[in-house]
Design a protein around this ligand. Structure first.
Ligand code: HEM
Length: 425
């Protein structure tokens, strides 16, 4: 195995470095991080992903990546481990049941229809849009509505502004941001208290989590834990979808043939999708999103730490060893993907998926710690794409380069701008 020194600070173009080391050394290499004074194994074969995330998952905790977001998320399910994580996951899972998601679709559709009216207005005025910013705003709106239901309208600052807007206005995810973000737990607690005193029952994510009871003890979540879970869902549900949709619009603008096929599908829309099954019928739209998530997986780096010694595909792993599994690298693995750099949604036709090793595609991770919001996110992204692509066509406006930024999420380094053309007034 090859040894290379590496700085694991995200500021140091970790994505670029890992990509070039992968190109040089392939499936397995080891780097040394002078900052943490530890070795990190970077494993990029689907068998490695299956081993660490699925078959031997109980020998791994989350690694250094998660320590970065701990200050932001507290001890919510993204961060917690062991018995606490297991209990919380069971209690939160019902909030992502198909019926709960279906109940949210009309709100998601309404928010996107409103956005499409706004975009048509921009198009009429020949005003370009900042897609990166627009995606950040719409996905924040959707996730907040999903969590707080109609109560989100009651949660405003003294000046009437949305108190959560710092998530779209501030791009840094540093300590100063974490401090301001955590102050918002006060507002969330007020919302929880109001619901309790007025004995209100809601079917939004907060409502389902407040009603959840631990199977063994019959107890609800402690307030502090509930707050950590709410803050986790806000962050996990916002930036990921925002970044995926930002890349999707960019990719569509660069691939007119694919956009044309997408238009054929979304132009057939007879009525608004109101169940999860309805959103499944947008087969090509889904493929476009899946292919976007292949090329630009928002959660581009999964970090894990071994508990006991292990052997992964012939490599001996000592206890407490850091492991990186990068969906970004696996999704571009030349052994498993033909012309990996090409944007080709046909890769996600059902028979082609079946022929492929299923552990080589993991935008939502795999195994017990896979994304809890996958179906919600897919439904949200399909609805957004269908409703917006019907109304407008987006032309890329070059303003500087399009570059990747592998922070906690895979973002575009610079904002992406588009000119709008009306398809349906
Ligand atoms: C395009 C959209 C999304 C992508 C690509 C994505 C990706 C991921 C990935 C890769 C993980 C695993 C992280 C790790 O193992 O370190 C994860 C976990 C998680 N995601 Fe998502 N996610 C998306 C949307 C959402 C949404 C909409 C929500 C909620 C509203 C959500 C909530 C969570 C939570 C709570 C976890 C932690 C689960 C656990 O550890 O039990 N995600 N997501």
């Amino acid at each position: 195995m090859v040894h290379e020194p590496i700085d694991v600070g995200f500021a140091d173009d970790l994505l670029g470095k890992l990509s070039s080391l992968f190109a040089q050394y392939g499936d397995a290499f080891r780097v040394f991080s002078p900052i943490t004074q530890s070795h990190i194994y970077v494993l990029s074969h689907p068998d490695h992903a299956r081993h660490v995330l699925v078959t031997h998952h109980d020998n791994y905790t989350k690694g250094i990546g998660i320590e970065r977001v701990g200050i932001l998320l507290g001890n919510g399910i993204m961060v917690s481990e062991g018995e606490l994580w297991r209990r919380q996951r069971k209690m939160i899972q019902p909030a992502f049941h198909r019926s709960v998601i279906s109940g949210m679709l009309q709100h998601i559709a309404a928010a996107n229809l409103q956005l499409s009216d706004k975009w048509v207005g921009y198009a009429n005025r020949k005003q370009e849009i900042n897609v990166t910013q627009e995606m950040s705003e719409i996905t924040l709106r959707v996730v907040l509505r999903a969590i707080f239901g109609p109560d989100i309208d009651k949660m405003s600052t003294p000046t009437g502004a949305n108190p959560f807007s710092l998530l779209t206005e501030e791009t840094e995810r540093n300590l100063a941001f974490a401090y301001k973000f955590r102050l918002l737990t006060k507002l969330v607690m007020e919302c929880v208290d109001r619901r309790r005193t007025q004995n209100e029952k809601h079917s939004d994510l907060l409502g389902v989590m407040m009603a959840a009871r631990d199977r063994k003890s019959g107890e609800p979540m402690a307030d502090r834990q509930l707050l950590d879970e709410v803050m986790t869902l806000i962050v996990a549900g916002h930036e990921t979808t925002a970044s995926a949709l930002n890349w999707m619009w960019y990719l569509l603008s660069q691939n007119p043939e694919i956009e044309k096929r997408l238009h054929q599908e979304v132009d057939n829309l007879q009525s608004l999708p109101i169940t999860l099954e309805d959103t499944m019928r947008f087969a090509y739209t889904r493929q476009v999103i899946e292919e976007t998530l292949r090329l630009y997986p928002p959660g581009w780096l999964l970090t894990r730490r071994s508990i006991e010694a292990d052997n992964i595909g012939g490599y001996s792993i000592a206890p407490k060893t850091e492991i990186f599994i990068s969906p970004y690298l696996l999704h571009r693995h030349p052994q498993f993907w033909d012309q990996p750099e090409r944007f080709d949604p046909d890769r996600f036709e059902p028979d082609r998926i079946e022929q492929r090793n299923r552990f080589v595609y993991l935008p939502f991770a795999l195994g017990p710690r896979a994304c809890i919001g996958e179906h919600f996110a897919m439904a949200e992204m399909v609805l957004h794409t269908a409703l917006l692509a019907r109304r407008v066509h987006l032309h890329y406006v070059p303003k500087g380069s399009v570059e990747l930024e592998g922070q906690v999420n895979l973002r575009s380094k610079h904002h992406i701008y588009m000119q709008l053309e009306i398809r349906r007034p």
